[in-house]
Structure formats: C-alpha cells, structure tokens
Ligand binder design. Structure first.
Ligand SMILES: [Zn+2]
Length: 85
C-alpha cells in the first residue's frame, strides 16, 4: 500500500500500491484516485472530495480550486500530536 495527499483536503489517502494487489482487494482499500480533467490537468482526490465536485458537468481545474477553497485542510499534525503526545 502507498498513500498520497488529496489535492483538496490534504489528508493522506491510502491507494492501492503495486501490481500484486488483487482486483477487489485493491478497490476496497483504495480511498482516492487521480482524476484527469477535460483540460488535461490532473488532481489526486479522495472519494469524499470527488463526491463534492459538480456532477452535472465535467469538472474543471477551477471546480477543484473552488472546492479546495471551501474545504478545511485536515490538520494531520494536530492528530499526531494527540496520538504521540
Ligand atoms: Zn479530500
């Protein structure tokens, strides 16, 4: 398994890593994916943020930027403070 930061909420998202993952297992354990937009730009989004994108139109880089503005970044530093402190 690997992880990648969501381009909107900045949380680190588990993604299926490696060719060895079985199909269904990889799907269940993956929490985000790279979205390729009509204008050719690419963003890595968790499924939660992906669901917040407009559904009736093809999302654009502007939509992703808007969503990012409206989304509080997940503060992972504070989480690890509580966890380790
Ligand atoms: Zn996200």
């Amino acid at each position: 398994m690997a992880s990648e930061a969501c381009d909107v909420c900045e949380r680190s998202v588990r993604i299926a890593g490696g060719i060895g993952d079985l199909w269904n297992f990889a799907f269940e354990s993956t929490q985000g994916m790279t979205l390729e937009l009509a204008d050719g730009s690419e963003f890595f989004l968790c499924f939660e943020c992906m669901e917040s994108l407009p559904e009736d139109t093809e999302p654009t880089a502007g939509d992703v930027a808007d969503l990012r503005e409206r989304t509080e970044p997940v503060d992972e530093d504070r989480n690890s403070f509580w966890h380790w402190g």
